[in-house]
Structures are given as C-alpha cells and as structure tokens.
Design a binder for this molecule. Structure first.
Ligand code: HEC
Length: 126
C-alpha cells in the first residue's frame, strides 16, 4: 500500500484515494508515537505497593498501624486499614491527605513517587 502510494505520487498520479491512505498512515504513526510518549510517564506515576510497604515500615509505623488488623502506636493516628476502609477513599484523596502536613509530624514530606507507592500499599488493603 505504501509503495504503491509513493509510486503514484512520483508518477504524478495522486488520486484522492492515495491521499486518503497516506493521511491515514500518518494518523496511525502519530497515534503510536503518542502512546509511546505517554509510557514512561505512566510507569513513573503508578505506585508500587512493595515500595510503599517498605516506606511505611521505615517511617509511618512509628505512629500508624500499617498492616491489616494492626493497631496504631499513636492512638490519634488512624491505622492504615481504617484509612483504606474510609468511604470514598481513593488515590486522589490519599494524595491530598499526604500533601497536607501532618499535625504531629510536620516534617514528613513525601515526593510524588512515595505518595503513589503509599497509596498503592494502603489502597491494596481495601
Ligand atoms: C509522629 C506520628 C506519625 C507518623 C510518623 C506518621 N503519621 Fe500519619 N498521622 C498521624 C496522626 C496523629 C494523624 C491524624 C491527625 C492528622 O491528620 O494529623 C495522621 C493522619 C494520617 C493520614 C490522614 C488520614 C485521614 O483519614 O485523613 C494519612 C493518610 C497518614 N497519616 C499517612 C501517613 C503516612 C503514609 C506516614 C508515613 C510516611 C505517616 N502517616 C506517618 C501521625 C503520624
């Protein structure tokens, strides 16, 4: 199809049909390129529950129950399974919660990947 199209263009016989198939081929290349361009971003933003669990064991466990059924060391910190069970809890809601400073630990600052990892870990308990 492609060789025929180019041949037709070279011979000056560009029909409307040829133009349309060249156009469609172009569209296909553009959409494949768009998918490829979006891949690294998607891979970056998807949280890894295992990394989230590791971070929780290192930092959050000081106050929160981090495993299902585990109660919190700090009674005013909700255990993670309770956070997961909160109605309407979603990755976006968790992101908002994690972006706002902790009242009792204002120096906890998580980057975007850590927030995604923690969200994947906590939401995995739903
Ligand atoms: C020093 C104790 C402490 C540590 C460490 C701690 N938290 Fe908290 N966290 C709290 C307390 C107390 C609350 C409830 C009051 C508040 O929101 O500040 C809370 C609230 C939260 C909430 C909000 C829950 C809701 O329903 O809005 C989330 C989410 C959360 N913590 C996640 C984490 C994560 C993830 C970590 C580890 C990276 C962590 N916390 C480490 C004490 C802590």
């Amino acid at each position: 199809m492609c060789r025929m199209g180019v041949g037709a263009i070279l011979r000056g016989q560009v029909t409307e049909k040829t133009m349309r198939s060249v156009w469609r081929l172009g569209l296909r290349i553009v959409s494949v390129a768009a998918v490829l361009a979006s891949l690294p971003v998607a891979a970056q933003e998807r949280g890894d529950a295992d990394r989230g669990a590791r971070l929780a064991r290192q930092v959050c466990i000081a106050c929160h129950g981090i495993r299902p059924g585990e109660s919190s060391v700090n009674p005013s910190a909700p255990p993670f399974d309770a956070i997961a069970a909160t109605r309407g809890m979603s990755e976006m809601a968790l992101n908002v919660a994690l972006l706002s400073p902790h009242r009792e630990m204002p120096n906890i600052v998580l980057d975007a990947r850590e927030r995604a990892d923690i969200a994947a870990y906590i939401l995995g308990m739903k």
